[in-house]
Write a protein that binds this ligand. Structure first.
Ligand SMILES: O=C(O)C1=C[C@@H](OP(=O)(O)O)[C@@H](O)[C@H](O)C1
Ligand SMILES: C=C(OP(=O)(O)O)C(=O)O
Length: 452
């Protein structure tokens, strides 16, 4: 599953204040996990609010290829008949992961402890991303690998059953690596343990417990220790997926920077491992009101009302990195309109996402007329103190580099720019937020498809 192979150039321009109330699609991380855990459970799970973006659909297709029954009953509503832990079948086709790192790394974990062989392929962006970080612990558990040079896709994984449980300290703050090891642990005898010096998103832990796995999380002086009892039996669940805070982030910034805006984003996941952008924007002086906080399916959600406000540059606290890792590109856009120079460091991981997001945003903001300094682990951005960005020159486009978040972040920047911002390819937006442009238009933004 991959987005349209033909690039779709797009121009976003200023068109007055953004106003209105809206919801964002279901959280991407929870959607992937809902399908995977339901695919391994016994019985029929129902999922409401599933994100129907290309990344999540790639997960669904791979699980089907390994024996799960997955059906869409209405918009966002899905039914899954699982195969039971240990019951994944040998896929007859390569597992096409498209643009999705989460699908790839988590499914590698699942396959690693099943007696099957699977080949994972991906698009040009995913094929550049490092898989050594999951190969290393999964090989210790007994799985075999044949990967492209540099531990990249395409990659063939030979699962080991029974696998060997490990006690693994994460060398990099990554929820994908943590989850890959835990998922491999599901079909492994004994206790699989992951030590996490820096906390990352905890959806796997919360949801595995919800599906009936025996899993404990201990907070220690050296971070979290997660212990999973293997040969687990997962029981089918009804799941409601809350709105994706990473998708909401685009509107939090758009309404903050476009004068006169007043936007309410409803039903946003408020899990503290995901709210770093909210913290950073508030430190910059953003006006974001948290309303109607409530519990939905074991997670806190809230409505967020955001009004235009003058922003001030900050030194972004590096310890916010894990809880806003995907939101740096849109935070850089907020910084572009702040008073003073924002400095974000300690975010090396941005270099190995769908694109090198440090270099990509430095280039894109530079083309839109901003002064930006690139560091090895972040950016310094001279803000415009509320003035619009000049925008891209006629005939020039910023490169989205097969990266949805670069495309959407620069689209938001275009909403407060003198000439508008042209993006060479907006098709990647469909990987995580297929309705982004409809929402932009409904809030009052000016979007135009450009001739190829
Ligand atoms: O576990 C997950 O669902 C994710 C973890 C993060 O990746 P890393 O684990 O590589 O930081 C994040 O960037 C990605 O969008 C989703
Ligand atoms: C990094 C991201 O996703 P993934 O790793 O799943 O490709 C993202 O959505 O920003």
């Amino acid at each position: 599953m991959s987005h349209a192979p033909t690039p779709r150039p797009l121009r976003l321009a200023a068109a007055g204040p953004l106003t209105g109330a809206m919801t964002v699609p279901g959280d991407k991380s929870i959607s992937h996990r809902a399908l995977m855990f339901a695919g391994l459970a016994v019985g029929e799970s129902r999922i409401r609010g599933l994100l129907e973006g290309e990344d999540v659909l790639a997960t669904a297709a791979a699980l089907r290829a390994m024996g799960a029954t997955i059906e869409r009953s209405a918009e966002g509503e899905w039914r899954v008949h699982g195969v039971g832990v240990g019951g994944l079948l040998q896929p007859q086709v390569a597992l096409e992961m498209g643009n999705s790192g989460t699908s790839t790394r988590l499914l590698m974990g699942l396959v690693a402890s099943h007696p099957i062989v699977a080949t994972f392929t991906g698009d040009a962006s995913l094929s550049k991303r490092p898989m050594g970080r999951v190969i290393e612990p999964l090989a210790r558990m007994g799985a075999g690998f044949a990967a492209a040079p540099g531990d990249r896709l395409p990659l063939t994984l030979r699962g080991r059953c029974p696998a060997v449980p490990i006690d693994y300290t994460l060398p990099v703050a990554s929820a994908q690596v943590k989850s890959a090891v835990l998922l491999a642990g599901l079909n492994t005898p004994g206790i699989t343990r992951v030590r996490e010096p820096v906390p990352t998103r905890d959806h796997s832990e919360r949801m595995l417990r919800g599906f009936g796995a025996e899993l404990t999380v201990e907070e220690t002086g050296e971070g979290r220790v997660i212990s999973l009892h293997g040969e687990a039996e997962l029981r089918a669940q009804d799941i409601v997926v809350p709105g994706d805070p990473s998708s909401a982030g685009f509107w939090l910034v758009a309404a903050s920077i476009v004068p006169g805006s007043d936007v309410t984003v409803r039903n946003v996941l408020m899990n503290p491992t995901r709210t770093g952008l909210l913290t950073a924007l508030r430190l910059m002086g953003a006006s974001i009101e948290t309303m109607a906080e409530r519990e939905v399916g074991g997670e806190t959600v809230a409505d967020l009302r955001v009004r235009h406000a003058p922003l001030t540059a900050i030194e972004v606290p590096p310890d916010l990195a894990p809880s806003m890792i995907d939101e740096y590109p849109i935070l850089f856009v907020a910084a572009a309109f702040a008073r003073g120079t924002t400095v974000a460091r300690g975010a090396h991981e941005l270099r190995v996402k769908e694109s090198d997001r440090i270099a990509a945003m430095a280039a894109a903001l530079g083309l839109a007329g901003l002064t930006v300094r690139e560091h090895e682990d972040g950016l310094s951005i001279e803000g415009r103190d509320g003035d619009p960005l000049p925008g891209t020159a006629n005939g020039t486009t910023v490169a989205s580099l097969l990266d949805h978040r670069i495309a959407m972040s620069m689209a938001v920047a275009g909403m407060h720019s003198a000439r508008g911002i042209a993006i060479d390819d907006a098709a990647p937006i469909a990987t995580s937020y297929p309705t982004f442009l409809d929402t932009a238009t409904s809030l009052g933004a000016a979007t135009t498809w450009l001739n190829r």
